[in-house]
Write a protein that binds this ligand. Structure first.
Ligand SMILES: Cc1cc2nc3c(=O)[nH]c(=O)nc-3n(C[C@H](O)[C@H](O)[C@H](O)COP(=O)(O)OP(=O)(O)OC[C@H]3O[C@@H](n4cnc5c(N)ncnc54)[C@H](O)[C@@H]3O)c2cc1C
Length: 486
């Protein structure tokens, strides 16, 4: 006798939602009929903000051989390129638009191979998920803004980062005139900016770098002044692959100092062996969630306060070609990054007057620019500003924010923890929503593994399996001091 139909709704059709569908379809067996509803408010599937760009200068920030999207197969993207007759070097950084083609191809193949499973794509905004009482087992009801209702036995939340909103109060007049660009990734948002002379960017991370290359390459476009409190720009990748190793980081104390000391000691050690800090940062990736979980909440908060930006600029690096171009723009005086806090914005004719404060200064700097672009990043406090979907789940007790409010509380399998702390059998999260619990949660490496694990859990309910360590995580150079991380 075959099992009853499993209906799985996936909210969010970016890379994470598409990969959840891919892994569910790959787990599909004929004796377990499956229906997947993949829902996205933009009506696009498999790209999201990261890979939705057609700009060839927007490159991946991870080498090709580590961008595989199939659980346990980090080299799969590199193999896929070769199979299509587009071989690339292992260490190549390819365009993000090309990566969207890869994810969509994976989804189409998985769909074809699991022909009896049903995948339905919906263009819609999910506003609520409620438990539908009265039937046994009670299905979940997924409500869309247009009134459509979808019944599901399980729901996977893959909604990407929280909306960060405006980093400062923005006068309505600036929003209406277009002199303030709230979302540079929105279609056509940068069209008019190309004609500007002076533009201020709020934020100095990878998104700012993308915007700089989009607007300033080729000698045309405005001069960009990018500001953030820390003023740090992302570091560059080196041209060769980093060597991944295992090394011991003490977790017993729950304190940050011994962990940081161990990381610095390892950096000294690999430097003596002719490598550099990048090997250490990249080697930490698979164990970062366990290190993060070993810290108590106060120490996690301290990390966010004291080390977050420093970590980000070393962890999220520019591809070498991107760094070359960005540094050339800096050298030509087309782009500069500064440590300044924005105090206020006000309209000034057709331009914007911006008041800035340097660290430690009491006086304000005043500058006038044609436009201000917000690249300040994702939201960091769900408790202050939850989207309606999450606010509804939290108020119904079906979910709760993590201790820091960066996302939702989940167990090791990605199951949402309810108000009572119990893991849900039916609600799961992948990607950014797991950031507060796992910290390292938003890249493809993590998303592919989370998707694989959630899909396995849903399709093979009750079965457990040891997951082999992916090849990329096996040590390449075992030193006498190398010990397994926790
Ligand atoms: C510019 C940029 C470049 C990056 N480059 C890399 C890289 O090179 N390598 C790497 O590993 N990672 C990279 N990342 C990290 C990236 O976050 C992940 O790789 C991945 O794209 C995240 O996908 P996601 O599906 O979780 O989020 P998103 O891409 O944000 O997708 C979430 C989707 O959910 C939809 N959605 C949200 N709420 C609802 C709702 N209520 N109803 C319906 N739909 C909803 C949104 O419309 C969106 O399409 C990059 C990120 C950015 C922003």
């Amino acid at each position: 006798m075959s099992a009853p139909l499993q209906r799985v709704a996936i909210v969010g059709g970016g890379a994470a939602g598409a990969l959840a569908a891919v892994h569910l379809l790959r787990e599909y067996r004929e004796d377990c009929p499956l229906q997947i509803d993949l829902i996205d408010r933009t009506g696009t599937f498999g790209a999201g903000v990261a890979y939705g760009t057609e700009e060839p200068l927007h490159l991946l920030n991870v080498p090709a051989v580590r961008m595989g999207a199939i659980h346990g197969r980090p080299e799969h993207f590199h193999e896929w390129l070769a199979e299509r007759g587009e071989p690339a070097a292992e260490e190549a950084f390819l365009s993000r638009g090309h990566y969207a083609t890869y994810i969509r191809d994976l989804l189409a193949n998985a769909e074809r191979e699991a022909a009896d499973a049903r995948l339905r794509r919906h263009h819609g905004d999910v506003t609520a998920i409620v438990e539908h009482h009265g039937a046994a087992p009670a299905p979940l009801e997924v409500s869309l803004a247009d009134g459509e209702r979808i019944e599901a036995d399980r729901v996977i939340l893959a909604i990407g980062p929280l909306d960060g909103g405006d980093p400062i109060e923005v006068p309505e007049e600036l929003k209406e005139s277009g002199a303030y660009v709230a979302d540079p990734w929105a279609a056509g948002a940068l069209d008019a900016v190309r004609q500007d002379r002076e533009v201020l960017v709020i934020g100095t991370g990878l998104s700012m770098v993308d915007i700089a290359l989009t607007l300033c390459e080729g000698g045309a476009g405005p001069r960009l002044r990018a500001v953030s409190r820390h003023g740090l720009a992302p570091r560059r990748h080196r041209r060769t692959l980093t060597n991944l190793r295992r090394f011991h980081v003490p977790t017993e104390t729950g304190r940050l100092e011994p962990m940081i000391a161990a990381v610095f000691a390892q950096i000294c050690r690999v430097s003596q062996q002719g490598d550099d800090w990048r090997d250490v940062i990249d080697s930490m990736r698979p164990v970062t969630p366990s290190l993060w979980k070993a810290l108590d909440t106060d120490e996690q908060r301290r990390f966010l306060h004291e080390f977050h930006r420093l970590w980000d600029v070393h962890r999220f690096r520019m591809a070498p070609e991107v760094a070359d171009r960005f540094e050339a723009l800096e050298g030509a005086g087309r782009v500069c990054t500064e440590s300044k806090a924005i105090v206020s914005l006000e309209p000034h004719g057709s331009r914007v007057r911006v008041f800035l404060r340097s660290p430690g200064a009491t006086d304000l700097d005043e500058v006038e620019v044609d436009r201000v672009i917000n690249c300040s990043g994702a939201g960091t406090d769900l408790r202050r500003q939850a989207p309606p979907l999450l606010a509804g789940l939290i108020s119904a007790g079906l979910a709760r924010p993590d201790a820091l409010g960066l996302g939702l509380d989940v167990d090791d399998d990605g199951a949402l923890l309810g108000a009572d702390g119990e893991p849900s059998e039916r609600l799961f999260a992948i990607g950014s929503l797991r950031r507060g619990v796992e910290w390292e949660a938003i890249g493809i490496t993590e998303i592919r593994d989370q998707s694989g694990a959630v899909a396995r859990k849903i399709v093979r309910t009750g079965e457990t399996e040891e997951i082999p360590l992916p090849a990329e995580l096996r040590p390449v150079a075992d030193t006498p001091t190398t010990r397994e991380a926790a």
